[in-house]
Design a protein around this ligand. Structure first.
Ligand code: FEO
Length: 399
């Protein structure tokens, strides 16, 4: 895409990545894509803020050259060293060796480790300012949002916050780069939540710390390194990120994530009755067949819903391994303090319930109740299932 002027003499230079199948080698983005947003500020001193993934460096540098001769750039601000933003660093260094790199002290060692770059770097401190002429940069460190070296950069005259990973989302920017280019931004909000739950959620406390540091800073525009530039309603994405981060310590939304997977369909025979009970309780429910849905799309619901209804059989004295993998990711992503119930089939001795008790101790989940049965569910099991899930739905609503 061609560069776009987002404020006088401040330009978005972005790349839409439509070819990466798995972001970080983990998270599917084949349908949605992602953008790598970089920004150029022209003043007496010229500054480039962040770069892009190495795979796209030729496209990116060609777009940059339509705005400026890279040999005229005074500074490169490196907000974050993850290679989706810094991957083009060596190529940029070759054509702009004069550009002094501004980054946190923690980024300096990483620059050497990742790219062998150790010259012409100026470490910056939290709240340090650098004048560009009429414009001025303020650096705000944001450790663990998403790596320990991460910072945000704020331009004081235009009140634009270059927030890097914070306030970002999946999704390419085909029909406009601004939130107010779109009548309905629910798609981008959902992809921001998926990105948050996949990438950032484990660092919710640092996100809240960063949010607190921004409290006394007037923000006219949020320009993250992924996804929409928030011009119309920057407070919207900021508030969403704060709300989602608070779910790490407070009760989440009064809804249920229904996870199910089955080997031969016996556990699934319970599903209509389980769903009927949750409907009777009028509790918002999002269901996922874990055998066909990538964890990337399940994590957003686990993050925002307080209740988790788990349906899966016993497998070799434990739980169905696909479900175990989902619950293992729960611990990776630090989804703590949820309420869970379990239903499932077993062949002989059971074991899923025992596994869940151990797992829930790690994730600090409250194990509300379980409904297990040998083989296929009996008429009595089916009759009990609806009341079982209705009780659980009512409990979640009452929290
Ligand atoms: Fe978009 Fe943590 O990198």
């Amino acid at each position: 895409m061609k560069p776009i002027e987002i404020q006088p003499n401040i330009f978005w230079i972005g790349v839409n990545d439509r070819s990466t199948k798995l972001f970080e080698g983990l998270w599917p983005i084949e349908k949605e894509g992602i953008s790598y947003n970089s920004y150029l500020i022209k003043d007496e001193k010229t500054v480039l803020i962040d770069l892009c993934k190495g795979l796209f460096q030729d496209e990116y540098l060609n777009e940059l050259k339509t705005l400026i001769d890279p040999s005229e750039i005074d500074y490169l601000v490196v907000n974050h060293m993850e290679p989706d933003h810094s991957g083009a660093m060596q190529a940029f260094r070759k054509i702009a060796p004069q550009a002094k790199i501004l980054a946190t002290i923690k980024a300096v060692q990483m620059m050497e480790d990742f790219f062998g770059i150790s010259e012409n770097i100026q470490p910056v401190n939290d709240r340090e300012k650098i004048s560009l002429g009429e414009k001025e940069l303020l650096f705000i460190t944001a450790p663990m949002v998403h790596w320990p070296e991460t910072m945000m950069t704020y331009e004081t005259s235009s009140q634009v916050l270059f927030s890097c990973d914070a306030f970002g989302g999946y999704g390419t920017l085909s029909d406009g780069i601004f939130d107010d280019d779109y009548k309905d931004i629910s798609y981008f909000e959902q992809e921001s939540l998926r990105y948050f739950s996949n990438i950032v959620a484990a660092f919710s406390k640092p996100v809240l710390n960063a949010g607190a540091k921004l409290a006394d800073i007037p923000i006219k525009m949020i320009a993250p390194s992924h996804g929409l530039v928030w011009r119309g309603a920057p407070e919207r994405i900021l508030n969403l990120y704060v709300k989602w981060s608070e779910f790490s310590k407070d009760t989440a939304e009064r809804g249920v994530t229904l996870l199910y997977g089955s080997m031969y369909g016996n556990t699934l025979k319970m599903l209509p009755a389980i769903t009927a009970g949750l409907e009777k309780a009028h509790v918002p429910t999002k269901g996922h067949d874990i055998t066909t849905t990538h964890i990337s799309y399940i994590l957003p619901d686990l993050w925002v819903n307080q209740g988790v209804m788990i349906g899966a059989p016993t497998y070799e004295g434990s739980i169905f391994p696909t479900m175990a993998a989902v619950l293992e990711m729960v611990n990776f992503k630090r989804i703590f303090n949820r309420h869970a119930a379990y239903f499932g089939s077993y062949g002989w001795g059971g074991g899923a319930t025992r596994y869940l008790k151990t797992q829930f101790e790690k994730s600090k989940w409250e194990f509300v109740e379980s409904l297990v049965f040998p083989g296929q569910p009996s008429q009595e099991d089916l009759a009990n299932a609806s009341a079982f899930s209705e009780r659980f739905g009512n409990l979640i609503k009452s929290l």
